[in-house]
Design a protein around this ligand. Structure first.
Ligand code: FUL
Length: 687
């Protein structure tokens, strides 16, 4: 069967071109399929990482974890899908299989699956429950199926491929429509591999997995499914980091070889829009026991929104399920606050229905009228003559308004064209520039103005375009009140809490929510133990601002580096994210610290270097503890995962606490790149 993926464009152009009127502009360069247009209009949906890692506290399982660990006693897919719907998410993508190879559905392709789990006596099917719940809640369902499989004995050899193809086939035939399937790029490396416990490399992922074959199989089974990744063959691409950001200017097009990352390629041959991914919780993609204190702030999430959706990408926000199978309450509250903040942002479009006076209209035809900019219809658009690449339009608002966000959209069915634009406002009898930094528009751009502007009239100037611009919408919004809580840091035992403005800051150190009656922060306050500090502003009239929180390890005052194989470990013990220990030689490298007095230690954390270089990042560690500096006990040994894509602080909880510990030794046993090891900060957790 030949599948036509551009049919609506054909009908659209036909309808837009009756013989007696002006012809519609020709499509420019690469254009999206109908499926890609529908997908780009979803804007925002959930990721949910939930599997054996949820129970082991790891980000990448090795592949030898027992399926018996999977026992979510309160899992309720409908509750989760309902939360995502309430949060304004248009769908969810579930990690049906992560790198550890555990299949959360009763697959026939491998025994490493949910039928071996005690959950529902081996008769459970997480994929089915999620797919059904999404249907019931009216959101779309998609799936992540890791190509890398650290469990399968045949991984890296031809024998694995039929297993993998079989898994794709099952997921795309047994569970109804799948809106998107994710082919993660993390590939190869060491793993269990059926007991071989070795390193396997696959060379070219495109050749090994045969993405050409996979793509044609998916097109046949589910032609509407968006294929994420799959080398140069997918319909959508990675946004280039796991921070939920893409770059600006930003293009939905890439070169013929794929890639494109966070920027895309201007005038590229393939339409492959970006999806920005990030977890709502700084602890990682999977649920971790200590994560309640690490949920991203509302302000960070709003920045994520502006820097992803607001640059023309889609946003996939991960909300992990915990060991009981439920979402973490701290994540859920933030998710709903995030929805409320966006509702406030979009509550009123001050430009809706505005009268528009353009410098030109294509063929004088009212179908291309500039009032299409303010008609609230995403399909209609303003167009000018082909040789006009720099038109302007004056917009008279229905009533004078105060706004600080401008949203623009191009009619992407005709390709992405605009290179640059400016916006002026008519204030006190003259035109003033309110935004001269506009570059790309694409699916949409949300421009945050430096300060709110009050006016009844604005002017949009397209100042550069690859082909005559086709702009479909212009909207004006007002951002909600400041969402930032105070910034909380610690240097030695000194607690440092700061906030913009001069409001009073209240804080707690016992985990409770600060309120107007909580202690007031003043410089010089101490916090010399491990734990969580929460703070918020109290504004005039008693109004409380958003809560910030930070978790700290043991206070490092008085700590002494006893020995180091090389480099200066003090840089990893100075409460600063910007300095880091860098060894002079290759791994393994270690250092030993005297904490000055005995502690009960429960774990430690590793912060990889934060300067965007992966050199020396440590993915294998050993952590030893000692009471006297002579006899040592290995408290933990393991792997830090996913450092390259997501270099966050990673906590390790020891299987059991160790009491009376005065000394520790951190060994960086392996680096992901380079001939040194690095660490920005090591914290010790405990009392
Ligand atoms: C990455 C994976 O390695 C992470 O574990 C996570 O699943 C993220 C969404 O993609 O590449």
């Amino acid at each position: 069967m030949k599948i036509c993926r551009v049919s609506v464009l054909a009908v659209f152009l036909l309808l837009a071109s009756p013989s007696e009127a002006a012809e519609a502009p020709e499509p420019f360069g690469a254009v999206p399929t109908d499926q890609q247009v529908a997908w780009q209009r979803m804007e925002y949906y959930a990721f949910i990482h939930f599997g054996l890692n949820t129970y082991t506290g790891r980000e990448w399982g090795y592949g030898n974890e027992s399926p018996k660990l999977f026992r979510p006693d309160q899992f309720n897919a409908s509750d989760i899908a309902a939360t995502f719907r309430k949060a304004g998410m248009k769908g969810m993508i579930y990690t049906a299989k992560h790198h550890d190879g555990f299949c959360a559905w009763p697959t026939k392709t491998t025994g490493h699956n949910i039928t071996k789990s005690p959950w529902k006596n081996g008769r459970g099917d997480v994929v089915k429950e999620f797919a059904d719940a999404c249907r019931e809640q009216g959101i779309r369902f998609g799936t992540y199926l890791s190509p890398w499989d650290r469990n399968n004995a045949e991984y890296g050899r031809p024998g694995y491929l039929d297993v993998y193809y079989g898994q794709i086939r099952e997921l795309l035939t047994l569970y109804g429509p799948i809106f998107e399937i994710w082919f993660d790029g993390a590939n190869g490396g060491d793993g269990y591999y059926g007991g071989a416990k070795e390193k396997r490399s696959i060379g070219s992922a495109d050749q090994y997995y045969n993405f050409e074959k996979i793509v044609s199989m998916i097109r046949e089974l589910q032609p509407d499914c968006i294929i994420w990744g799959a080398g140069s063959r997918g319909d959508a691409r990675w946004g280039g980091s796991e921070k939920g950001h893409v770059n600006y200017p930003h293009w939905s097009t890439v070169g013929s070889g794929g890639g494109g990352g966070g920027t895309g390629v201007r005038g590229g041959e393939r339409w492959t829009p970006a999806e920005a991914d990030t977890p709502i919780n700084g602890a990682g993609w999977f649920w971790h026991p200590d994560q309640a204190s690490k949920v991203k702030s509302l302000e960070t999430l709003m920045d994520v929104w502006f820097d992803s959706v607001g640059r023309g990408a889609n946003l996939i926000l991960n909300v992990a399920a915990d060991r009981s199978g439920r979402l973490d309450p701290a994540d859920v509250s933030r998710l709903l606050e995030f929805k409320e903040a966006r509702d406030q942002l979009y509550a009123k479009d001050f430009a809706l229905g505005a009268a528009v006076k353009p410098t030109q209209v294509r063929g004088g035809d009212k179908r291309f009228s500039a009032s299409n900019l303010t008609d609230g219809d995403i399909e209609s658009y303003w167009a000018v003559e082909d040789d006009n690449l720099t038109p302007s339009a004056e917009i008279t608002l229905p009533a004078p308004a105060t706004f600080d966000v401008v949203r623009l959209r191009e009619q992407i069915r005709l390709g992405q064209r605009v290179d640059s634009f400016t916006i002026e406002a008519f204030v006190d009898g003259k035109w003033i520039m309110i935004d001269n930094g506009g570059r790309t528009i694409g699916n949409q751009v949300l421009r945050r103005l430096k300060k709110p502007v009050t006016t009844g009239k604005i002017r949009l100037n397209i100042t550069g375009s690859q082909a005559t611009p086709c702009i479909s919408e212009l909207s004006l919004f007002r951002r909600p009140a400041p969402l930032a809580g105070p910034v909380i840091a610690r240097k030695g035992a000194d607690l440092r809490i700061s906030a913009a403005g001069r409001s009073r800051i209240v804080y707690t150190t016992d985990g409770s929510e600060p309120n107007a009656g909580s202690p007031t922060y003043t410089p010089g306050k101490k916090f010399n133990r491990s734990g969580v500090v929460k703070a918020r502003c109290v504004f005039s009239g008693g109004k409380l601002g958003p809560v910030s929180e930070a978790s700290f390890g043991l206070c490092k005052t008085g700590w002494k580096v006893k020995s180091a194989t090389s480099g200066s470990p003090a840089a990893a013990l100075d409460d600063s994210e910007t300095t880091f220990w860098q060894s002079k030689g290759a791994a393994p490298q270690s250092f030993t610290v005297d904490m000055g007095r005995p502690h009960k230690v429960t774990g430690f954390s590793y912060l990889p270097r934060q300067d965007a270089s992966p050199e020396g990042m440590t993915d294998r560690y050993i952590f030893e503890v000692s009471r006297d500096g002579r006899s040592w006990t290995k408290a933990a040994e393991g792997e830090f995962s996913n450092l390259r894509a997501n270099p966050i602080k990673l906590d390790v909880t020891f299987p059991a606490p160790h009491a009376g510990i005065r000394f520790f030794r951190f060994t960086a046993a392996r680096a992901i790149e380079g001939s040194c090891v690095t660490a920005a900060e090591i914290d010790v957790l405990g009392e």
